[in-house]
Write a protein of this length. Structure first.
Lengths: 426, 175
């Protein structure tokens, strides 16, 4: 059986498979399963049973998310499905791989998801900078229309679907799903108040589902090969495979599809090739810039939502960023704070005013002017900008590396203060 | 004050055919993809920028007038999104990643080299008008850091040695 459903067709030594070649490898079997008589409710049940969780960062169960969309005759006629392809989490490079490696997998997943919630219009909200992804997806879209997999009355199911490519004009906050909807509507991308949730009132006030690229790429396999197959893929508690990446100073950084539940050590040592010569692992962010640091002592945990949560962090995007013992942790956290400070949408006070303050303190540490009073202010901001204190998850995301960094790398902050310079600089 | 009012006067004197046929055709195509004019507004800014390199006050006024959108609202959108340029840019825009993975792999040192070679810092355009340097968040190629874009092209594994050759490819008249 297929063990790598997300990447099985990906080979960057040649162009991605066109529609015909994708079909020849078993592609669009999920769509044909629908055409043979699966009802939207059947698709929803399959996805619920599969245990699929969102791969964009939050890890929310996909079937549960869909289940809040009004269905049946009384439901609004117009509903929308949106793929969040606005990959911009620092250190995350997995959705690009899927879109550029196997575009029809994403399109088939979109058709399945749109059918499940009966959305006749779907948007790909693509990062504007991903010009290669845009070119490759547009070609695949044209092929799908020509083959009759998009458009009116797809495969005689009575189901219509148009997929529209939207390239974003930028800003990290668009990854937040309600901010993304505002951006699609041509507004400033400030997040919206919830409730109402997008499932009920989303794009232009209509029921809308927003899912991450990788999440959607799981759907064709689930429909083609079934629940038992999908649930057998894992090595851990959560189901399926996931893309895992390594960036930083490993010997062979990269991105690979592995079963959920794979030990972190295996990812680092077998796939990443271990640390470069002369370097030791000091810590790592397990799922992008908005996750809490983990330590070498956590390497024997598994890449699983619960295991990582047990160590006080989040699996999130599954792309590890390595901190080695010759790289300054204060500098690394400072880099992240600059990023979050720039990307605050400016809507709520703790985020708009707190992040630049925090960032400026890191600049002072870099210049050798950090004080213990500054450390106390940083500590306070972990609380002031934490979960529940802000309008959306951006600033709480920033407090993840900040709070854990202050805890784990205290000694490095102290050395900046006592030595009045960055001890990692020559 | 005077420059603002001059600008406003200039706006009302915009020629009716400020937007060219191609731009209008593309804007009209966008109308078929979105059920609401505001969404078309952002797309229209992207279209005008594609044709003219950036979004001038005149372009902003023209788009607002053409679509019947409030200028202030469109300006609010134009200034929110970092890929809409409200100032002139060089022939090639360099989007330089300075996010965490690239930072670990030495993007600050490579950036100094770029600044030295082109004589520009972030937000500036080289004297010959060829390059504008703009920092961007993570470009999604973190296993091949440091990374930048020049125009529509991604360049990976940057180091002090391969920069010169990359920039040479984009200078006018060279291939």
């Amino acid at each position: 059986m297929v063990g790598n459903p997300l990447t099985r067709n990906i080979d960057f030594s040649r162009p991605p498979l066109d529609l015909g070649a994708y079909e020849a490898t078993g592609g669009y079997h999920g769509l044909h399963a629908i055409a043979r008589g699966l009802e939207p409710a059947d698709v929803l049940d399959l996805v619920k049973e599969s245990g699929l969780k969102g791969r964009g960062g939050a890890g929310f169960p996909t079937g549960l998310k869909w289940s809040f969309v009004p269905m049946g005759e009384k439901a609004p006629k117009q509903k929308y499905f949106v793929v969040n392809a606005d990959e911009m989490e620092p250190g995350t490079f997995k959705d690009r791989l899927l879109m550029e490696g196997d575009p029809h997998l994403l399109l088939e997943g979109m058709i399945i998801a749109s059918y499940a919630i009966q959305a006749s219009k779907a948007y790909i909200f693509l990062r504007g900078e991903y010009t290669d992804s845009e070119r490759i997806l547009r070609k695949a879209l044209a092929e799908a229309y020509e083959r009759g997999y998009l458009g009116r009355n797809i495969l005689d199911t009575g189901f219509d679907l148009d997929i529209i490519m939207h390239t974003s004009a930028g800003r990290y906050i668009c990854g937040e799903e309600t901010a993304l909807l505002n951006a699609l509507e041509g507004k400033r991308a400030n997040p919206r108040a919830k409730p109402p949730f997008p499932q009920v009132s989303g794009l232009w006030g209509k029921p809308t589902i927003v899912n991450n690229v990788e999440t959607i790429c799981n759907l064709p396999g689930i429909l083609a090969w079934g629940i038992d197959w999908y649930r057998s893929l894992t090595k851990g508690n959560d189901h399926g495979t996931k893309l895992f990446g390594i960036s930083g100073k490993a010997r062979t950084p990269g991105c690979w599809e592995l079963p959920l539940g794979t030990p972190i050590r295996e990812l680092l040592e077998v796939y990443g090739g271990g640390m470069r010569d002369g370097l030791k692992l000091k810590g790592f962010l397990p799922g992008g810039g908005s996750t809490d640091f983990m330590l070498p002592e956590h390497l024997d945990l598994n890449l699983d939502y619960d295991d990582i949560a047990g160590a006080g962090s989040r699996l999130a995007t599954g792309t590890l960023i390595l901190l080695d013992d010759k790289t300054c942790p204060v500098g690394m956290i400072g880099n992240l704070m600059t990023f979050f400070s720039h990307e605050s949408c400016g809507y709520c006070t703790p985020c708009r005013d707190g992040l630049p303050w925090v960032d400026e303190i890191f600049r002072e540490f870099e210049r050798g002017n950090g004080t213990h009073r500054d450390l106390a202010i940083l500590e306070e901001h972990v609380d002031y900008m934490g979960p529940g204190k802000t309008f959306c998850a951006l600033a709480p995301g920033a407090t993840a590396p900040l709070g854990s960094g202050l805890r784990y790398f205290r000694e490095d902050f102290e050395r900046h203060i006592t030595e009045k310079r960055c001890p990692y600089k020559n | 004050m005077s420059s603002m009012s001059e600008r406003l006067i200039a706006s009302t004197a915009l020629p009716a055919d400020y937007l060219n046929e191609e731009e209008i055709a593309e804007i009209e195509h966008e109308r078929t993809l979105y059920p609401d004019t505001r969404a078309v507004g952002l797309e229209a800014l992207k279209i005008v920028q594609k044709h003219r390199g950036w979004v001038s006050d005149e372009s902003l006024f023209a788009v607002a007038e053409y679509l019947g959108l409030p200028v202030a609202e469109l300006e609010g959108v134009a200034t929110f999104f970092n890929l809409i340029y409200r100032q002139p840019v060089g022939r090639n825009v360099i989007l330089y990643c300075k996010s965490v993975s690239c930072w670990i792999m030495g993007c600050d040192e490579v950036k100094e080299k770029i600044s030295g070679e082109l004589g520009i810092d972030y937000g500036e355009t080289s004297e010959d008008g060829e390059f504008t340097l703009i920092p961007v968040p993570c470009l999604g190629d973190c296993d091949r850091a440091p990374v930048m874009m020049v125009g529509p092209d991604q360049h990976r594994n940057l180091d002090e040695k391969n920069l010169g050759e990359i920039f040479a490819r984009y200078r006018k008249g060279r291939d």
